[in-house]
Ligand binder design. Structure first.
Ligand code: FAD
Length: 507
């Protein structure tokens, strides 16, 4: 007997004919769907889970990074900025607060349940049609066009025939299904950043934790001062490397986890999100690896929770509130697009004639092997993401937004974060809607007009032809003061200064 089967041929009716199909309702998919609908397109947003948000909700990733350059100027606005304003109105986020962990001016913690509610409201208001519990499983092509996308759900197998497709699945699933080129992970060897299962702990005694932090500041990155610990609107910390190492040697801390503790206080009293489990060598597009990762990281979460209760003040009565619906996958496929973003583009703060969103997070590479997380600052550099990085080679009605855009492993290390992903999505959605309005392909669309629309609709872009002024109302005085003045929070600032000076003519 053969060890394969041949599936039966089936005739499937076409169920949906949207202008724009957005596949995946993570940060990029939300930005894309809302922007395309607001610009007049009939949009279908497909998501495999029963709620939206991608890593914002399903992987429990917190906080959003980062909306501000190191001076505290808000350089990511648009749909992403609106999400934060509305989370604050809903009292499920305190908005942008000082980042005590990495070298950013701000971080933006939020309550994931509040996020789920808000995202439903936003897509509904924009007139997006939503199809939940539906996984994209296949796609058909006609020449250089994606002609149909197949989803599977409880109703069976359904056909979507869109004019334009925006692949926001994070793994570039549609790109892979239609055979457009992509690379996995790092260019030299395909290695990918490790996976992490986030978990939340509740009933943390925050005043007790702050007191403990003051007594043990030497264990924390940059030894924050009393003033910094007290002035921070949300406690966060990175460190405990020595205590963790000792616990690892005693077998009381998972050997494969990150060799440090990283966590963030959430808006609900006594809740924190922990970013410390870790498993290297996992391919997030391989189901055996995914299964192994779920089992290993869930075990790690319980060990880490026991470690915190035993060793860190304020955790005595704390417990695991929940874990991500699934392990968080940092990196898989990068498409081969019309332009590949590079590390230099990020560090030099480059603008592009076809820039459709900004990023300002430093290059953050959790190690595919070995121990050290490498955090190479842009710090103060603000760069643009070129539209060409969203266009997969070989197709004229397909765009990609989010973490799988065309970028090197290093450039991806910065552009991958959630605020930037929403911005990239907004750029893709705006371009797709305009292309449809004018009967054009993704490559024919008038990119100058896309940029004008983005700025008119609240996005910030720097570079020729659009405003470069920063609205003073959007400048975070407090954060600007803290981030920029407290240079130990930005060890790369000098390097970034130099790079900015060198960049001169580019930016
Ligand atoms: C452990 C971890 C920690 C991180 N820490 C931070 C942080 O602190 N701050 C920060 O800003 N960023 C952080 N990031 C990065 C950030 O979360 C991601 O890079 C970002 O979410 C990418 O957005 P996206 O929309 O491309 O993908 P995702 O957020 O992954 O969303 C993809 C969506 O597509 C859906 N989908 C996937 N495949 C299909 C399919 N075939 N059919 C239908 N739906 C599908 C998924 O269910 C999901 O909703 C972290 C990432 C990880 C994994």
């Amino acid at each position: 007997m053969n060890n394969f089967i041949i599936e039966k041929e089936r005739t499937l009716p076409v169920d949906y004919e949207p202008d724009v199909l957005v596949a995946g309702a993570g940060p990029a998919g939300i930005g894309a769907a809302v922007a395309a609908a607001r610009n007049g397109a009939k949009v279908l947003l497909v998501e495999r889970y029963g709620f939206m948000g991608g890593n914002l909700t399903l992987a429990m990733v917190n906080p959003m990074f980062t909306f501000h350059d190191i001076q505290g100027n808000q350089v990511i606005r648009g749909v992403a900025g609106e999400i934060v304003d509305r989370l604050v109105e809903l009292t499920v986020s305190r908005g942008h607060v000082t980042d005590l962990t990495f070298d950013n001016a701000s971080m933006t913690p939020f309550d994931p349940e509040g996020m789920k509610l808000l995202l439903f409201e936003m897509v509904e208001e924009a007139g997006v049609e939503l199809l939940l519990h539906s996984t994209v499983v296949d796609a058909h092509t006609d020449g250089n066009k994606v002609s149909a996308v197949i989803v599977e759900n409880k109703s069976g197998r359904q056909v979507i025939r869109p004019k334009m497709v925006i692949d926001c699945s994070a793994d570039a699933d549609i790109v892979a299904r239609v055979g457009a080129p992509f690379v996995m992970g790092r260019e030299s060897d395909g290695a990918m950043q490790p996976v992490t299962l986030f978990f939340r702990m509740a009933d943390v005694d925050i005043p007790g934790l702050k007191a403990w932090m003051k007594e043990n500041r030497d264990q924390l990155k940059d030894s924050p001062t009393d003033e910094e610990i007290d002035s921070s609107e949300a406690v966060a910390f990175l460190g405990l490397n020595k205590l963790v190492k000792e616990a690892m040697e005693r077998g009381e801390f998972p050997a494969e986890a990150a060799p440090r503790i990283l966590f963030y206080e959430l808006p609900r009293r006594g809740q924190i999100a922990i970013n410390t489990t870790r498993l290297q060598g996992i391919d997030g597009t391989n189901v055996r690896d995914l299964t192994r990762a779920e089992i290993a990281t869930r075990k790690q979460a319980w060990q880490i929770h026991r470690f915190l209760k035993a060793h860190v003040g304020g955790f005595e009565d704390a417990y695991i509130l929940d874990t991500g619906v699934q392990v968080g996958i940092r990196e898989t496929r990068h498409i081969v697009g019309d332009y590949k973003m590079t590390e230099e583009d990020v560090l030099r703060g480059r603008s592009f004639e076809d820039g459709i969103a900004c990023g300002t997070f430093a290059i953050d590479i959790h190690p595919p092997e070995g121990e050290q997380q490498v955090f190479t600052g842009s710090g103060k550099s603000v760069y643009e993401i070129p539209y060409r990085s969203l266009i997969p080679q070989g197709y004229d009605n397909l765009l990609v937004a989010g973490r799988s855009i065309s970028a090197t492993h290093a450039a991806f290390g910065s552009a991958r974060v959630m605020a930037t992903s929403v911005g990239i999505g907004q750029g893709a959605g705006t371009a797709a809607a305009l292309a449809i309005k004018n009967g054009q392909s993704t490559r024919e669309v008038d990119i100058k007009q896309v940029r004008r629309l983005l700025v008119e609709q609240g996005q910030y872009l720097h570079g020729e032809g659009v405003t470069s002024s920063i609205d003073p109302k959007l400048r975070l005085e407090k954060i600007g003061g803290s981030g920029a003045a407290a240079s130990h929070h930005n060890p790369f600032q000098n390097q970034a200064d130099k790079q900015q000076d060198d960049a001169g003519e580019d930016s």
